[in-house]
Design a protein around this ligand. Structure first.
Ligand SMILES: Cc1ncc(COP(=O)(O)O)c(C=O)c1O
Length: 332
């Protein structure tokens, strides 16, 4: 493994903290739980995409790009952070946003959408929920090139082998912190969407020959579909860094029991999880990713899939701006 060969911008000073959630563990009567505060990563309002963007933006700059183009939902954390990185680097940024499947697009929407405007997004291209985001991004890139500028397309969620390097680096960081704490973690629990966080973590732990296992709680899709998507990205990341040795299929484990009716559709378990963590620890989760991931962790404890002897690290991947778009879920 030699991820250091890849150039990296630095958007966070030092490591994100790992904190013990004693009151939450006690409330659940479960294992010792820690949380890694990737919601405190650098760039506007933090979150997991900051780590991926350190490598993706370095690659864009290396290629001489002056315009970042990416895509996501109307409340995309990834779009907010890509724009924030562009602002930080003096680059331009254009976004392709998919309209919501249910309900109308609200041009006055708060949360991340508000931040797109506040940070001066150059262009927002809205496409239907079933539209082709890749085609839309390529059309924007062509228009940029016609103006004599150079575009760099970042895929959905920043999830390609370059973006995953950010979470390989995070696995290193976790191993280092665990060493300082004296004992490694048995499990890292994370929300799994486009898969780059999950794939990067697994690649990073494999590279270190660590026994820490990653459990991905799906925020969309089926177990089989998501495992195959993460595995594919894991192989591509491993090939990029020259990771030696066979990777077993078991290295990727996803759980699809906490998705509910679909991506970003609230569930009772999510509302319970967000409320419980706020009331026991004063930590804010989000309704789309970390709320469902925590619902997964709570569900696994209640089903006895995690035992009181396990040492579990929950990865807080950010996303809290979206919390402020759904007050009706939390105000009685
Ligand atoms: C807050 C948050 N958590 C988790 C995820 C899932 O990460 P990944 O797309 O790398 O699977 C995302 C993706 O957008 C996110 O915004």
């Amino acid at each position: 493994m030699n991820q250091i060969r890849y150039e990296r911008r630095t958007y966070t000073n030092g490591y994100t903290p790992i904190q013990k959630l004693e009151r939450l563990s006690k409330a659940l009567g479960g294992p010792a739980i820690w949380i890694k505060r990737d919601d405190q990563l650098g760039l506007t309002a933090g979150g997991n995409k900051t780590r991926k963007l350190e490598y993706l933006v370095a690659d864009a700059i290396k290629q001489g790009a002056d315009t970042l183009i990416t895509c996501g939902a109307v409340q995309s954390n990834h779009c907010r952070l890509t724009l924030a990185a562009a602002v930080r680097e003096g680059l331009r940024c254009q976004l392709v946003l998919s309209k919501p499947e249910a309900g109308e697009y609200n041009p006055q929407a708060s949360g991340n959408h508000l931040l797109f405007h506040l940070m001066g997004v150059e262009k927002i291209e809205l496409i239907p929920a079933d539209g082709d985001i890749q085609v839309a991004m390529e059309a924007l890139a062509q228009a940029v090139e016609k103006e004599g500028k150079k575009a760099y397309i970042i895929p959905l969620g920043g999830s390609n082998q370059i973006g995953s390097l950010g979470y390989m680096a995070c696995a290193d960081e976790i191993e280092q912190q665990a060493m300082e704490m004296g004992t490694p973690f048995d499990y890292v629990v994370t929300g799994t969407g486009s898969g780059g966080t999950h794939a990067g973590l697994v690649a990073g732990f494999l590279a270190r020959q660590s026994h820490t296992e990653v459990i991905g709680i799906n925020v969309s899709g089926t177990k089989e579909g998501k495992e195959s998507q993460v595995r594919d990205l894991l192989y591509r990341t491993a090939a990029l860094v020259g990771l030696q040795g066979e990777i077993s299929d078991d290295a990727v484990r996803c759980d699809d029991q906490y998705v509910g009716a679909g991506y970003a559709i609230p569930t009772e378990e999510m509302v319970e999880a967000v409320t419980l963590v706020a009331r026991t620890e004063g930590i804010l989760l989000d309704p789309v990713y970390t709320g469902k991931a925590m619902a997964g962790l709570i569900g696994m404890i209640r089903k006895g899939e995690l035992t009181p002897d396990d040492r579990v690290l929950f990865l807080h991947t950010g996303g809290t701006p979206a919390l402020y778009t759904v007050p009706q879920l939390f105000i009685p």
